[in-house]
Design a protein. Structure first.
Length: 198
């Protein structure tokens, strides 16, 4: 039997509250839906700060070598979902194409473009965190980390240049639940049931 991703997220939250021994699975993070950690709605100009409101960026960067494998897996899953929200069906590319087809050059198109750029900043900041962690733990690529930093700085500059302008997100279904948690869940032990009284 398999749990759905949504059911797993809810069950992990409930079990974590009821059993403190299970809180050690991840120290800094918990799986979230994309709608919870997206930053595209609102206005442009503060995207990096908005990412830091959704993820413990400063805490991770202070001691990346101590980040647990579980937290790293959640960061990677969140980054992948942010990328999917850009490129997959129902994501930013789709939304911008549809808006351009009916309202070319409109404020809606501009807001979606700024929202897409903020989503890129989210994606790149998460990638920067994961690569920083991997380099600090001895199994990363410094060249790739440097290139990620360069790309992030470029998109941050675009965001800051549009400060105060409306930005718009997309209603994309996804989450930061690591893929490996979708492994089969053992069936529960049989429970004795009293026979029905007729």
């Amino acid at each position: 039997m398999y749990f759905s991703r949504t059911a797993f997220i809810l069950s992990v939250a409930a079990i974590g509250l009821s059993n403190p021994m299970l809180k050690r699975v991840s120290v800094l993070l918990r799986p979230q839906r994309y709608a919870e950690f997206q930053i595209s709605d609102g206005v442009a100009g503060q995207a990096l700060a908005e990412v830091a409101q959704k993820f413990p960026v400063d805490t991770i960067l202070r001691d990346p070598a101590s980040v647990t494998p579980d937290d790293l897996a959640i960061l990677k899953a969140a980054r992948q979902t942010a990328e999917n929200a850009e490129t997959e069906t129902g994501g930013f590319n789709d939304a911008i194409a549809k808006a351009n087809a009916t309202q070319p050059g409109s404020a809606v198109v501009r807001a979606l473009q700024l929202g897409k750029n903020k989503n890129k900043i989210l994606k790149l900041q998460l990638l920067l965190l994961t690569r920083t962690i991997e380099v600090s733990q001895g199994h990363g690529n410094q060249t790739a980390l440097t290139e990620t930093s360069r790309k992030l700085n470029h998109n941050v500059a675009l965001d800051e240049a549009a400060a105060g302008q409306p930005s718009k997100g997309v209603d994309f279904k996804g989450d930061s639940l690591p893929p490996e948690t979708e492994a089969p869940v053992p069936s529960p032990q049989p429970v004795a049931v009293c026979p029905a009284i007729e």
